[in-house]
Design a protein around this ligand. Sequence first.
Ligand code: SAH
Length: 251
Amino acid sequence: MRVYFVGSGPGDPDLLTIRAHRLLRECRICIYAGSLVNPAILNLIPGTAERYDSAGMTLPRIVDAFREAHRKGADVVRLHSGDPSLYGAIREQMNALGRLGIEYEVVPGVSSFQAAAAALKAELTVPEAAQTVILTRGSGRTPVPADQDLSVLGRTGATLCLFLSAGRIRDIAETLARHRGEGCPAAVVYRATWPDQAIVRGTLADIAGKTETAGVGRTAMVIVGEALSQEAPSSKLYAPGFSHGFREGKP
Ligand code: SAH
């Protein structure tokens, strides 16, 4: 018996990995993050399977469900949104399984920051402007360590992908504008890959107002950085005069 922590991707079932799809089709017990997993994905689970929405469950209750499944010898699919390694609270679940001697495995998924970049048709790393991507969040009920506050991370030119933060877009834009300037491009992608996906584009000066007008709050990814600008320099990779290990450049 094994517990599979499975990334369900950003929403569209087409973006499940083949492994995730197989595990869902074979599943006897599924514990899913109901607030974020698309019901179309849950429809892949056999009708006879037991299902639990983790949104209303505490950690001890989830661990009880693992223990019960272990007793029955039935594998569990523990379904998380996006990729389980990001803001998934999987560590405490894995620790509990370790203490119980129950085997577990993690199946990666397409994260929402990747789905948001695709929706924006953006490259998050562009030469000279941004060679680093930071996955982070604004501080709220869950505090962020002081050295990782946006007022610190905003001092770099890295592309920032902000999870769990769209509801605080006004504070975030104000903080980042102090370092990046009001003209720095910013975008909010609501429910990337879902049928009601919405995109708000702007700059740090106007993104908060535009986001509020669009009524976009939860389940949205905020991306900030010069990489979103159409004027960012192009890579040399395909430039005719540039040589690399696989191609001799011709001036
Ligand atoms: N593990 C997930 C993140 C879970 S935290 C992942 O890798 O994507 C939940 C946050 O993820 C939300 O507040 C939102 O910022 C982001 N998110 C999840 N699904 C999203 C989607 N379809 N579109 C935009 N943002 C999404």
